[in-house]
Each structure stands twice: as C-alpha cells, then as structure tokens.
Design a protein around this ligand. Structure first.
Ligand code: GLO
Ligand code: MG
Length: 350
C-alpha cells in the first residue's frame, strides 16, 4: 500500500459508526439528558445519513443476559436487522471494561480467574462477529494498565497480552485482530499506549499477518502524536485496517468531538494520507467515534456524525483537487513558510 498505490476516490470511502455514538448524553457528572433510541431506530438514522457499516461491541449485539445457547439465535436476529436496513457489521469488540471481572484488567489482571474470563469474553466476541459477518475483532484494552505502577509487573502484563492475542488467533483462523491503542483514560497509564507499541507486539504473535491496528484520532493526540503520521506508519506496515476519526481539544479527557471541528489542518492531513494510500480500496472503512455534545437537543443529536462525514468528504475534495505541482514547488524550493500559507489558503478556500 505504501508505494505505487492508486489514490482513493470519493466513492471508495464507506462510513461506519457505533450504536454508542447515538447516546443519551450521560457523563461522569450527570445523568442522561435525552431518551435512548431503540437499536433499530439507530440503524435507520445511520442509513439515512449514508453510512454503510455498523461497529459493535459483543453486547451491543448480544447483551450479557443471553445464555450461550441463545447467543447465536440473537446474533442472527441482529444480522437480519442489519440486512433489512442495508447495513453491514464492520467490527466487533469485547466489552471488557464494564463487568466486575474487568475491574483490574481483565487481560492483565492479577487474578487468574479474571484473566480466564477475559479470554472467554474474547471468544464470545468472535462467535458474535462470525454471525454478524465480520472478520475484524477490535481490541481496545480499556483497563489494561494501572492506577499505580507498583500494582502489576509490566513485563508479565505484556506476556498476558501476547497470550490473549495468540489464544484468539488460534480460536478462529479467519479472525483478524485490530489493536486500538490509547495512552490513558480510564487508566492513568495504559500498557502498549500507542500504535507503534502494538505493532511491535503484533510481530511477536503466532500469526502477525492477522494482527493490525485501528487508529483513533483522539487517542493519538492524547499520546502527543500526530494522527496522520500514526496512520502513515500503520499504512507503511500495511496494517491500517480501521480508523476512528474524531477530534480533540488538547490533552484532556477523551472528547470524541466531530471530525475536523478543532483542527481542520490536522484533519486534512489525516484525509490526505488516506487518499494518497488508497484507503478504502481493500474494504477498509472510515469509522467515526464521535459523541454529541451533552447540550444538543434530542432531535439534533445525530448531527455530530452527519457533520463529521460531511467534513471528511469536503477534505477528500480538497485532497484530490489541491494543486500538487504548486505544493511540490514549495517543497523543492525548501520554502516551508510558503508551503504553510499555501495549505492554510487552501483550507480557507482562497
Ligand atoms: C474509547 C474507545 C472506544 C472504542 C470502542 C470500540 O476511548 O475509543 O470507544 O473505540 O470500544 O473498540
Ligand atoms: Mg474508538
């Protein structure tokens, strides 16, 4: 993908969102402020906005109360609902962080029974993914870290993480694992905080060709990194199999703001690297992971998704029409001041 790839065209980009992106607005300091939409209603909203894919946690499709025996039946019902709405599942991710057994990990938990549960939950997620029709298992290691560093031995935690990956790769020979790395929140410090850390781990697994990444804009920013360079690095490894686009106002909590809403130039660079590397041509999806502001009225609490997609597509237009010769001229002359103004003018439509 890195060298002579054909550039993506607008029609190559297909979009996805998760049901959690249409949410009632609760935050750590206050209750919901909008009614929860029924799942089918969320699918209708996604479709109306021109999305083609849906992101899932295992329990978005099959809630915890379903017994193993009923799991498949329920997953089939959800698949049918997707089919009926003309949508497909993009990813499935294990919800490891809400259960009591996930309090201290669970993959890197100090408790052996928690670690066992982590793997069971991973397998459950793969079972659900299969029925939903996706081979992309996303692992966001939410609580795989510590509040105090002395609580765990880091080198042992890395080993548990590797065992987790290897066990799942063995469990299903078709599944691909996409690490979604984040440096902090909910933990103070997470293990494998960046894409680079996870890619090094990917090559240690028993089937590296089935291990890649999904990169979230906000997570890269929280790590003090430039998201477009993170994308480029994963593309260089041919391992950028998913993205979670959003935006982030500095080093705060994970804000999941609408894509391009904080730093348009940073958003342009993300789009530009995807366009130049043919993203979307091999089934990669433009995933959004954005949240509506808590202040948003219920009947307008989907606009963060709609606008993110709109901004993305406007930036695709720019990336495919910008005067590359003029751009190259500034590079050749080493006139980076000139290049800066050129980019800013383009972003301002001048
Ligand atoms: C949180 C993550 C989270 C994941 C989701 C799918 O910071 O971004 O929303 O993307 O659980 O893995
Ligand atoms: Mg995410």
């Amino acid at each position: 993908m890195t060298q002579q790839t054909q550039w993506s065209r607008k029609s190559d980009f297909k979009f996805s969102a998760g049901p959690w992106n249409l949410h009632p607005g609760a935050d750590p300091f206050g209750p919901p402020v909008r009614a929860e939409r029924p799942f089918a209603e969320k699918l209708r909203v996604f479709k109306e906005m021109g999305f083609d894919y849906v992101q899932f946690h295992d329990d978005d499709a099959v809630p915890d109360e379903f017994s193993p025996a009923d799991r498949e039946k329920r997953a089939r019902e959800v698949k049918k609902l997707l089919d009926d709405h003309g949508l497909k599942a993009e990813i499935c991710a294990p919800r490891h962080w809400e259960d009591a057994r996930g309090v201290d990990g669970p993959v890197t938990s100090n408790s052996a029974s928690d670690r066992k549960w982590a793997i069971e939950r991973g397998k459950r997620t793969i079972d659900v993914a299969r029925v939903l029709g996706t081979d992309k298992f996303v692992w966001w290691p939410a609580r795989e870290g510590t509040y105090v560093r002395e609580a765990k031995q880091a080198e042992r935690s890395f080993d548990y993480m590797l065992q987790f990956l290897d066990t799942l790769l063995d469990y299903d020979k078709n599944i691909r694992i996409l690490g979604e790395m984040k440096p902090n929140e909910p933990m103070d410090l997470m293990y494998l905080p960046t894409t680079g850390h996870f890619l090094a781990m990917a090559y240690k697994t028993r089937d590296p060709k089935r291990v890649g990444v999904l990169i979230e804009t906000a997570h890269a920013i929280l790590a003090g990194l430039d998201p477009s360079d993170e994308f480029a690095y994963a593309l260089f490894h041919q391992k950028l199999w998913g993205v979670h686009l959003n935006d982030q106002n500095g080093l705060k909590y994970d804000q999941d703001k609408a894509f391009g809403s904080v730093d348009l130039r940073r958003a342009f660079n993300q789009v530009d690297v995807l366009v130049r590397n043919g993203y979307g041509k091999n089934g990669e999806v433009v995933g959004l992971d954005v949240k509506a502001m808590r202040t948003q009225p219920a009947d307008k609490s989907f606009l963060h998704l709609k606008h993110s997609k709109e901004i993305f597509l406007m930036l695709v237009d720019l990336a495919t029409s910008i005067d590359r010769k003029a751009w190259q001229g500034y590079v050749d002359a080493r006139d980076y001041e000139g290049l800066e103004l050129f980019i800013v003018k383009n972003l301002m439509g001048k």
